[in-house]
Design a protein around this ligand. Sequence first.
Ligand SMILES: [Mn+2]
Length: 323
Amino acid sequence: MRPRSRMYEAVLKLVEANPAMSKAGLGRLAHEKYPGLFKTPEAARSVVRSVTGAKGKRDRDRVKTRTDLWTGDLSSPILNPYPRVQVDPGRIGIISDIHIPFYDPVALSAAVTYLADLNLDTLILNGDIIDCYQISRFGFIPMERTRLRWEVDALQKFIVKLKLTFPKTRIIYKTGNHEDRWDRYILNRVPELFGTKITEFGQLVKADGVELVEDKRVIEAGNLHIIHGHEYPGMSSPVNPARAFFLRAKTNVIGGHLHRTSEHIERDLSDKMIGSWSTGCLCDLTPEYRPLNPWNHGFAWVELDNSGDFEVHNKKILDGLVR
Ligand SMILES: [Mn+2]
């Protein structure tokens, strides 16, 4: 072990005395207490990081040794790695529930042209972009445009058009419950080919440089979590979609899936403000399979700053106008 610096020792003392304090708070405290050692709170904060990281590693090593000792000779478990996807600070557009071929051309172009003016850093296609109508378990009315082949072609044209409209924007496609129909279909029909390149849904969009987020994984934009909405069970028809998201996520969250614009804000006992939002859809509001519903057209954009704080602009679309 190499000898520890005075800065390291000073910060270690503070970390041990204030286990609940944030890294930024510890940085400020170290700067206040030892101005000779740390010229700025930021300089102190980087030492805080290394001190807490080192402690984290000791703990992780201890857990690993204990786990290896206890389960080393059991057979391998089935585990699901669940990495989160991070979005950088900046402007983030969120559109979802387009349900190609049942998209609403007026609403879709209103949303896309509005977002195109914002110089987005990231655009998130937040699920149910295509319907996968032909391969749903609810049966299907055969028409040219309801065939999966037509949907796939339309999706690819849509992606190409998005890339032209947002040439400098990172585009992330998070799959929703309708895209999940793809894998279920492959698993039922040709399980032997499941998980191979030929059957992978992502192959439809990856060539155009679109990143795919699958398997109900969460996107993190600073302190805001982005989900489609089907990740949680029992989300079928809540009174207020945003509140339903809040009750499940218990943290800042935005999702689509319910095709309705809503917002729910709560302050918790520690004075923390928590916000949840649901976005409207961009599909036909009276589709043949469900003509009566409370849906509205909409989308959102988010301004995310470096601290992780964010501002949600949850837009509605009425008669082709963004409100
Ligand atoms: Mn959905």
